[in-house]
Design a protein around this ligand. Structure first.
Ligand code: MTE
Ligand code: MOS
Length: 800
């Protein structure tokens, strides 16, 4: 069962595709009626859990690390559990099982859960956990990328790609420069924090209500921890209040702990952490140190590039393998790199395990190459857009270079439109005139400088772990004609369920009002991949189409019998039965309704429930060598940002943002636009304001380090409504996916985050203006006002 052969007919009958339906829960979100995990009515006898956290970044636990008797004596406490109480596997690592959900013997980060305290009330549990003394022999910790590289402390061996002869070509290039840059960590900062509510059922079974992107993962890991069959554990998630990758693997820390306590106590147990603990316990976006050595010609063409990536992965493997792979696979962004060597180091440090975050390594790779482009432009005194253009992927028929449309990992780009997206944006944003205006402003303004940047993006769609590219669905039709759609995806605010209702409605030929998409539930759709890699709508949509195509065929048979016509005479449209053109006589529209056909089907004892399945075709990729067809297709986009900085304070203003973004043929342009705007602002937060600050100073023995100091909104600054630029224009690129995704739409969840690179490079451009663009700029991300000010100071002192 591959891509269901539906799209072509679907398009002609598509009354809901492209309609700007509001998010299916919009009204419930606004009124507060939308039920999140914490809003579910609690069962009688519910107890509350809290976690005891390691006070040091690295050390050996003395005994179990806690004093059970002392903890049990705390007010309201009913039970205490440590790793010793886990009957099965102590793991919440999604790929490599190196991630204990309760520390055993050693602690490897400050904030690592050591014990679970269960109490009658949440306040008692939290109070007891906070008072707990953890007995631990502290060891020196490795915290920064530099420390890890010096100690050769790695979570996985290095990996990379070499194409052509980078070393020789670097020697021969007319120009050459090298440098180092950094981009920072980022906290997912979902509004709804991590939470799990575990309910014991009869005969040793468990139901887990979890705020999770991956119910199947929570289910399997809880079963393994408790020596249960996977069928004994059900995981349900109606919606999340945001996830952004932070609930792809690490929701298991909480679901495992709640499950363990509920299983022991045979009582419902809720575990909801507060924001400070959430930020202290869970992993963030990987920060990267990027070293580059580039050779180029007079036009700015990159002849050879040598890049070394080093990222901070934290204490366990988590998703660090595929995240760093994706950084390598996006080091090209939109550019043909004929001679390339890229090496990626995955550093082990004593902090939370860095995890998935929107873009999954892609943004970090692209940050690297875009820095290189800006450096080249600066060295040659060119507009960076000109340097971007000469390096773009190009049709080999035009370039004369057989590889000019083939990525360093050997995938031929079949759907290249990056140049057209840039052309459209350059025209729509008035880039050339604005470049002139910015220059004119800078010529007359001494203390304030403006900057402009146009940055394109290309982002590969598919999980790089091939087996994850599969999805399932379960569709029921009830006797009144209403439809219940279940799929393996999860709703985190991105509008997946709204799109899935649209897909199902069109696939059945009924009004969208007849469709309800239910909570994600492992007992309805099993073995589902995480809703991640932006693939939710593509894959679950195709699985739903598969189920709906089977149901439609059955119902066409019923209608055909009712009308005494062959099944191929029947089509369903807007909840009515119509005749296909071959059978249509003049104005002889039938009056059969969808509901009457469904009712007849029930009377005829025709099954009204179907499962659907989908696996993404064509992908053939070897993750050991990083070679092959890694992605089913690519998404494209480009953004222009214009900023102004105060060179005396580092303050800055985002004056205007223009975007052209490719979502193929949109299922729902309102939702897609919301994703583009939200992702842009989140990316801007990563690159300009969000900063994880760690205590790095220790005592003489190097102890006492490794506390995350920015563990709440008072110290960790995320963008707010006031940071949205006043001029914020988003255009959807007119086009369609060359692959038969639902309606030929494209994924939208992650790619637009990288549009925010334009804001960072506009800031860099403004700093460069301080030195008349003649002095090299040294600016790392996040470009906070402090960093902007220091970068301006460095430019000024270089001028003296
Ligand atoms: N949008 C909202 N509102 N909340 C989220 O948590 N997560 C993003 C993106 N958009 C997210 C979001 C991430 S990291 C991914 S991978 C995709 O949504 C996942 O959903 P999709 O595959 O349905 O696009
Ligand atoms: Mo998104 S980082 O793939 O959950």
């Amino acid at each position: 069962m591959n891509a269901p052969a539906l799209p072509e007919t679907l398009m002609s009958l598509a009354p809901v595709q492209g309609r700007e339906l509001p998010h299916e829960s919009a009204r419930l979100h606004v009124t507060g009626e939308a039920a999140y995990t914490d809003d579910l009515p609690e069962l009688r006898g519910t107890l509350y859990a809290a976690l005891v956290l390691s006070p040091v970044a690295h050390g050996e636990l003395i005994g179990e690390g806690i004093d059970r008797a002392a903890l049990m004596a705390e007010h309201g406490v009913v039970a205490v559990y440590t790793a010793r109480d886990i009957p099965g596997e102590n793991n919440c690592g999604p790929i490599v099982h190196d991630d204990p959900f309760l520390a055993d013997g050693v602690v490897q980060y400050l904030g690592q859960p050591v014990a679970i305290v269960v109490a009658r009330e949440m306040v008692y549990a939290r109070e007891a956990a906070r008072n707990a003394k953890v007995a631990v022999r502290e060891r020196p910790a490795i915290l920064t990328i530099d420390e890890a590289m010096a100690a050769q402390s790695f979570i996985l061996p290095p990996k990379g790609i070499t194409r052509g002869e980078p070393a020789a070509m670097l020697e021969r290039a007319p120009h050459r420069l090298s440098g180092r840059t950094h981009c920072g960590q980022q906290e997912q900062f979902y509004l709804e924090g991590q939470i799990a509510y575990a309910v014991p059922r009869e005969d040793g079974q468990l139901t887990l209500y979890v705020s999770t992107q991956h119910p199947d993962g929570n289910q399997r890991e809880a079963a393994a921890a408790l020596n249960l069959g996977t069928h004994d554990v059900e995981v349900i998630c109606r919606r999340m209040g945001g996830a952004f990758g932070g609930k792809e693997g690490q929701s298991s820390i909480f679901s495992q702990s709640a499950a363990l306590a509920a299983w022991h106590l045979k009582r419902p147990v809720k575990l909801r952490v507060n924001r400070d603990d959430d930020m202290t316990i869970t992993g963030k976006r990987h920060d990267f140190r990027i070293d580059y050595d580039v050779g180029f010609d007079d036009t700015g063409r990159i002849l050879a590039l040598d890049v070394t990536l080093a990222s901070r992965c934290g204490y366990s493997t988590d998703f660090s393998g595929p995240v760093n792979d994706r950084a390598v696979l996006h080091i090209d962004n939109c550019y043909h790199l004929p001679h390339l060597r890229v090496v990626s180091h995955r550093c082990k440090t004593h902090m939370q395990s860095a995890t998935a975050f929107r873009g999954f390594g892609g943004p970090q790779g692209m940050f690297g190459i875009e820095t290189v482009i800006e450096e080249i432009a600066q060295a040659l005194g060119k507009d960076p857009l000109e340097v971007r253009r000469v390096n773009l992927y190009r049709d080999p028929a035009v370039s004369g270079d057989a590889l000019s449309l083939t990525t360093p990992y050997g995938q031929r780009i079949e759907d290249w439109i990056g140049d057209r997206v840039i052309d459209q944006l350059e025209a729509e944003s008035g880039y050339p005139e604005r470049r002139a205006r910015v220059a004119a402003f800078n010529a007359q303004s001494r203390t304030r400088k403006r900057g402009l940047a146009l940055v394109p993006l290309k982002f590969g769609i598919s999980f790089t772990a091939t087996m994850l590219n599969q999805a399932g669905a379960l569709v029921h039709v009830y006797q009144d004609g209403t439809v219940s759609v279940n799929h393996g995806g999860t709703e985190m605010g991105q509008g997946l369920n709204t799109k899935m209702a649209q897909v199902a409605a069109d696939a059945l030929g009924i009004p969208v009002e007849l469709v309800r998409v239910t909570a994600s539930d492992t007992q309805k759709v099993p073995n589902a991949s995480a809703t991640a890699a932006s693939s939710g709508a593509d894959m679950n949509g195709a699985a739903i189409m598969d189920a709906c195509a089977q149901l439609r065929a059955r119902l066409a048979g019923v209608a055909a019998r009712m009308l005494d016509l062959p099944p191929d005479a029947i089509e369903f449209r807007a909840g009515e039965v119509h005749l296909t053109p071959a059978y249509r006589q003049k104005d002889s529209e039938t009056r059969l309704s969808w509901a009457s056909v469904v009712k007849q089907a029930w009377l005829d004892r025709v099954g009204l429930s179907c499962t659907g399945f989908y696996r993404t075709p064509e992908i053939a990729y070897d993750f050991n060598t990083l070679q092959g067809k890694a992605f089913y297709y690519y998404c494209y986009g480009a953004a222009v940002s214009e900023v102004e900085i105060d060179t005396r304070t580092g303050e800055w203003w985002l004056r205007a943002v223009d975007i052209v973004h490719d979502v193929g043929r949109s299922i729902n342009p309102a939702i897609d636009r919301g994703q583009i705007e939200g992702a842009f602002v989140q990316g801007m937060g990563w690159l300009t304001m969000e900063e994880c600050i760690w205590s790095l100073k220790g005592d003489a023995a190097g102890l006492g380090r490794g506390r995350l100091l920015t563990h709440g909104p008072s110290t960790y600054k995320i963008p707010v409504a006031g940071d949205v630029p006043e001029h914020f224009k988003v255009s959807l690129f007119e086009g369609e996916n060359i692959k038969p995704t639902p309606y030929r739409s494209k994924a939208v969840g992650e790619p637009p985050l990288m549009l925010a690179l334009s804001t960072f490079f506009a800031l860099r451009d403004a700093v460069a203006a301080v030195g008349g663009h003649r002095v090299r700029v040294d600016l790392d991300a996040p470009a906070t006002p402090e960093r902007i000010l220091l970068a301006c100071e460095r430019v000024r002192s270089a001028l003296e």
